[in-house]
Design a protein around this ligand. Structure first.
Ligand code: ADP
Ligand code: MG
Length: 288
């Protein structure tokens, strides 16, 4: 694999030199490979949002660098502009930033700033709307006429319409109902699969992370404290507990079964793995 994004000694201090000085990120070295699928976890205040807002230059490092294909994104106005379109950042509750008269205009805003022709913009808007299942009939509506889930998906389409090579999302499913969460995760995964873009998403839900990503990175007090495959990270239940986090529900059940004396495999973290594990338990069980 080839790296696309890299942070070197990335440090961020809010309100430096004031009585409210807060060290939010401490010396983070982190590499994202092309096409990776990453979940970022960590207790509230651990630095997740601060970290990802550096990846397209919305926040500037207090010290250290963010490199896109080896180039410092904060080196010049041009580098920053390139980074803004190649690394798409979706804020938490992005629907609060919908402001145009129509959904179509809102989704066009990002590509409209990229110097593309009207035709290309239109094509990208339709493609992005398709990724997030916003039907053409909704495009001419006001964003305010949409449901909560539709607004969220329309806002994400505005970022997808720039065809970012790295799509970064801050708690994209926060506040949605279970069906809405599942649908949105499906949309994000389809963008990842069909375009080969890297995806980095923050989530509070260990179940969501376990079911969707291939790499999990945990932050605590502005430092990376765990980084590995879901299996590597979720097999460390005690360590996660100390971070104020937990393991996915299915892992919890497996740990419980093990405590009950059953030979359960506690390294399971998805529903389908749990189903297989339970089936094999039945096969080897006492039949009582
Ligand atoms: N705009 C800000 N001004 C001052 N401190 C902030 C600001 N945003 C976040 N912080 C502080 O920086 C730390 C990391 O916050 P944040 O990146 O929002 O964490 P997370 O997203 O993991 O909850 C916390 O201590 C938080 O209080
Ligand atoms: Mg946050």
């Amino acid at each position: 694999m080839a790296p696309i994004l890299r942070t070197e000694h990335l440090t961020h201090i809010y309100g430096k030199g004031t009585p409210f000085e807060t060290a939010a990120l401490n010396d983070i070295d982190y590499t994202v490979e092309k096409g990776e699928l990453i979940g970022i976890i960590g207790h509230t205040g651990s630095g997740k949002s601060t970290f990802i807002q550096h990846l397209n230059g919305i926040l500037k490092p207090t010290s250290g660098k963010v490199l896109l294909d080896g180039e410092d994104i904060n080196a010049s106005a041009e580098s920053l502009k390139r980074a803004r379109s190649r690394v798409g950042l979706v804020f938490q509750y992005p629907e609060y930033q919908l402001f145009e008269e129509t959904v179509e205009k809102d989704i066009s805003f990002g590509p409209g700033n990229m110097g593309l022709s009207e035709e290309e913009i239109k094509e990208r808007v339709l493609e992005a709307a398709d990724f997030v299942e916003i039907g053409e009939s909704l495009l001419s509506k006001s964003p305010f006429e949409l449901s909560g889930g539709q607004k969220r998906r329309a806002a994400i389409a505005g970022v997808i319409a720039m065809r970012p090579e790295v799509l970064v999302l801050d708690e994209p499913t926060a506040g949605l109902d279970p069906a809405g969460r599942k649908r949105l995760i499906g949309n994000i995964l389809r963008y990842h699969e069909e375009t080969g873009a890297a995806v980095i998403m923050i989530s509070h839900s260990m179940d969501e992370i376990a079911e969707s990503v291939r790499r999990v990175t945990a932050l605590k007090n502005g430092s990376i404290v765990m980084d590995g495959t879901p299996r590597e990270v979720f097999s460390q239940a005690e360590k996660l507990k100390k971070l104020g986090l937990s393991v996915p529900q299915v892992t919890k059940i497996a740990i419980y079964l093990r405590e009950m004396g059953l030979p359960a495999d506690t390294s399971v973290y998805t529903m389908s793995q749990a189903a297989d594990a339970i089936a094999s338990l039945k096969g080897g069980g006492s039949g009582a």
